[in-house]
Design a protein around this ligand. Structure first.
Ligand code: HEC
Length: 193
């Protein structure tokens, strides 16, 4: 019976909880490990963020092609397109309208947009951890109000020269000495337990 339960759990790979029948015919709720859950969510987010940057934004170049101009003030332009971080936020806001089973955001201890600063002690700790330990993720649990959450923080790395120059030169950036390869911030994923 155990094997059967396992199979059902595997089939539910990205679903955080699944209800299965046990041998006695009773219902039991089983779920995947929250770490595997947030790791899988992050893989999708990272792939989408990288693809948008590489397949769309980089191909348009800093001045944009004739048709589309990637620019922070994209909403004010007929041919404007959001920057990767703005696209990421749009995704997070759209997900918030669809489900309350998890939330996510792109944050930094040195944010251009103050909305992207860490808000809870665990977000702050996680961002500091991934900067101090490059290549590692941060996982923890925190209680906000009456709910306990599993909170994961994944590094967001300066993979292109444009990441560094745009942030260092931006008038609202509190930090102007980012280097290529630096952890510039992190993706925070929060799942209610
Ligand atoms: C053309 C300018 C530009 C480029 C290139 C750019 N960013 Fe940003 N980035 C921004 C702006 C503007 C924001 C704030 C977006 C918002 O309003 O949420 C931002 C937000 C962020 C944040 C959230 C914290 C903050 O600063 O508000 C992180 C982390 C981040 N960017 C990392 C990167 C990385 C890594 C790259 C390269 C892969 C990159 N950025 C490329 C302009 C840029």
């Amino acid at each position: 019976m155990k094997n059967q339960v396992k199979k059902v759990v595997l089939a539910a790979a990205v679903v955080s909880a699944a209800t299965v029948l046990t041998g006695c015919g009773e219902e039991e709720t089983v779920g995947i490990d929250p770490k595997n859950h947030t790791d899988a969510l992050f893989a999708v987010m990272k792939a989408d963020r990288t693809n948008y940057t590489k397949l769309i934004i980089q191909r348009l170049g800093p001045n944009g092609a004739d048709a589309i101009l990637p620019k922070e003030e994209w909403k004010d332009l007929d041919n404007g397109a959001p920057l990767p971080a703005q696209m990421f936020r749009a995704g997070a806001e759209a997900v918030r309208d669809i489900t309350d089973t998890f939330t996510y955001s792109l944050q930094s201890s040195w944010p251009i947009n103050s909305q992207n600063a860490p808000k809870t002690p665990m977000e702050k700790e996680g961002l500091e951890y991934i900067v101090a330990n490059p290549g590692e993720n941060f996982y923890g649990t925190e209680k906000l109000g009456d709910t306990s959450y599993f909170t994961a923080v994944y590094p967001d790395v300066a993979v292109a020269a444009a990441c560094v120059s745009c942030h260092n030169d931006h008038k609202d950036s509190p930090k102007d000495d980012f280097k290529l390869g630096d952890v510039m911030g992190g993706v925070v994923i929060r799942v209610p337990l």
